[in-house]
Design a binder for this molecule. Structure first.
Ligand SMILES: Cc1ncc(COP(=O)(O)O)c(C=O)c1O
Length: 359
């Protein structure tokens, strides 16, 4: 279905103020945003407008009860300057899984995709060129808009998409500690959803870890704190011998789209990848045997975030130098290459933005 999206363009583009060589992550916003309002059981007033503030009633339900979900993906330009998206339909589907869990309305997948295409077509000049290795971060999100005090699902919502240009994201190798007291999620809670509250509750343990000199925590399953879940806001991979292992997503772990890409690429290259329960004892044993070759986080922002060390209780595991890490470096190069159009899109993950639309 083709939706009618009303477009009003900015009179004053902020693009001339952007220095593509120095873009602070998440602080610069492109000229336009998409907004839809959910009222009386349907999405209404679909519009692309100049980037602007909202005005919120003090009793806005999101501010009190956190009925809010989001997605994060990237638009890039290939070496010929064509704007591309990678697996946007997976993000649409995950947004709706999050919506179901948080008793929020679904956004029809075709509306989600059309809105992103039209928005990016209008702001495509904000996508850094392929040789700069940056991208346009796309943030779709939905939040409750009822003005009401009392815990219940809101009857009205806003679905919004804005975009931020981001530079090449080289995360330095991180030093991690296994979390032994706090949890990010347990089966049955909202860990599988990309719900705002999950991130709020992760801040305190992360702050405690920073105070002890670590960059982030490895989330473990309570109450034993032995089974490994995720790292910060990324899925986790280990290379043990010639095998790659990643925790199975069985209820408490976000089903990362980067993780899914990695599993497909690894299988395609004939590398064994296992998605299963992983306990810290197995990692300690592999380390003692000299078999723990790599560990890395996987997520949209950094693609691969190499792990320099993991501390578990009294044991510090220092991993091999990054230059020796074949798997993590290969996976990052594959994803970056796909986004730049220099690696063949053999799985059909890339979608070209039709720049004629709405421009
Ligand atoms: C908790 C959490 N885990 C994993 C991921 C990685 O997911 P993706 O690869 O879809 O970005 C993210 C980021 O979205 C996240 O917030």
């Amino acid at each position: 279905m083709k939706y009618e999206i009303k477009v009003s363009k900015t009179q004053q583009s902020q693009l001339p103020n952007l220095d593509f060589n120095h873009i602070p992550f998440g602080k610069v916003f492109s000229d336009h945003m998409f907004i839809a309002d959910y009222r009386e059981g349907e999405w209404q007033d679909l519009r692309i407008v100049p980037f602007q503030n909202f005005s919120l009633h003090p009793a806005n339900m999101t501010l009190h009860y956190s009925q809010t979900i989001f997605e994060g993906m990237k638009a890039s330009k290939d070496v010929n300057g064509n704007p591309l998206l990678m697996r946007p339909e997976m993000h649409a589907q995950r947004l709706n899984l999050s919506a179901d869990r948080m008793v929020m309305p679904n956004v029809p997948e075709d509306l989600f995709l059309q809105a992103i295409h039209e928005l990016i077509a209008i702001d495509q000049a904000w996508i850094p060129p392929a040789d700069m290795e940056g991208s346009l971060y796309v943030r779709p999100y939905m939040f409750a808009t009822d003005e009401f005090i009392g815990v219940k699902p809101s009857d009205t919502y806003k679905f919004v998409i804005f975009t931020c240009p981001v530079g090449a994201y080289y995360s330095k190798p991180v030093n991690l500690i296994t979390e032994q007291k706090y949890v990010r999620a347990v089966n049955g809670l909202t860990g599988e959803a990309k719900a705002g509250g999950n991130y709020a509750s992760s801040l305190y343990p992360a702050k405690k870890a920073h105070e002890k000199g670590y960059d982030q925590v490895i989330w473990m399953e309570s109450p034993e704190f032995k089974k490994i879940q995720e790292v910060g806001t990324m899925n986790l991979f280990f290379v043990i011998g010639d095998k790659v292992v990643t925790p199975a997503t069985t209820g408490a772990i976000l089903r990362g789209i980067t993780m899914d890409c990695f599993k497909t690429i690894l299988k395609d290259k004939g590398i064994t990848v296992e998605s299963r329960d992983i306990y810290i004892d197995e990692i300690l044993e592999a380390y003692m045997d000299g078999e723990l070759k790599e560990a890395f986080g996987a997520g949209t922002a950094a693609v691969v975030s190499h792990i320099a060390s993991i501390t578990h209780e009294e044991t510090l595991m220092t991993l091999p130098p990054i230059s020796e890490r074949k798997i993590g470096n290969m996976l990052k190069a594959e994803i970056d290459g796909l986004r730049a159009g220099t690696v063949e899109d053999k799985f059909g993950w890339l979608t070209k933005i039709n720049v004629g639309v709405g421009a």
